[in-house]
Design a protein around this ligand. Sequence first.
Ligand code: PGA
Length: 264
Amino acid sequence: MSKTIRRKIVAGNWKMNLNSIQALELVTGISTYLENQDLPEHQETIICPAAPHLYPAANAIAEELDNKLSVGAQNCYPETSGAYTGEMAPEMLLDIGCKYVLVGHSERRKYFGESHDFLSKKVDKALEAGLTPIFCCGESLDIREAGTQEDYVATQLRESLFHLTEAQFAQLILAYEPVWAIGTGKTASPEQAQDMHAAIRQLLVKQYGSELANGVTILYGGSCKPANAEALFSQKDVDGGLIGGASLKTDSFTQLIEILASFK
Ligand code: PGA
């Protein structure tokens, strides 16, 4: 049976890496690759540079790559403007050419204490402004060892997302990123990834119905690289990847794009 046609995405989370020259070189390298590729219609590439590089990156992408290569921010604040020193409004991000924003990344949850409630406000505000949230969820090692990962992730989704209407939820992208696999070199096995993606989709079926659930793009993240991407991307419910380390080099990132494209 063929996979349902969902939007397939390779998204690069550059985190707090690269100087301005390196960032532009990477955007140029990825753009050049994409300009010379005939990728499936439903495949998209997203880069999420650090805040200082967002505008130059968005500005450097040629119009021909509209809908093929987009820029996402790694963070936003759930207000339009005001006295929030150091923060960025979703409207500002949209204004400088961003289309996406990461919400709920485990590093934001861990180092910045972002709660379910705060994340739900970010999702609301991003959607209201017209940015698409890429909502990250995933369990830590102790949760995985206790075998309660499905309940844990269900709580993350329920608490931050299930207040959304169907129309709002349909705009989201989800990323399942087991915390024990992020930046550790320890990837989830293809079976572990598939099991969790299927469990998440099942939860969405219950909450929003099968039509919506089957249309939601769910990315895998956590030490995904060219050497293991084929096995991960071939899984029925894995629609691409959210990539950290391997997104910082044109070669490895474009290889991931190519691997995803091979699963039309
Ligand atoms: P990693 O990071 O690919 O370096 O494990 C993934 C992420 O944090 O999104």
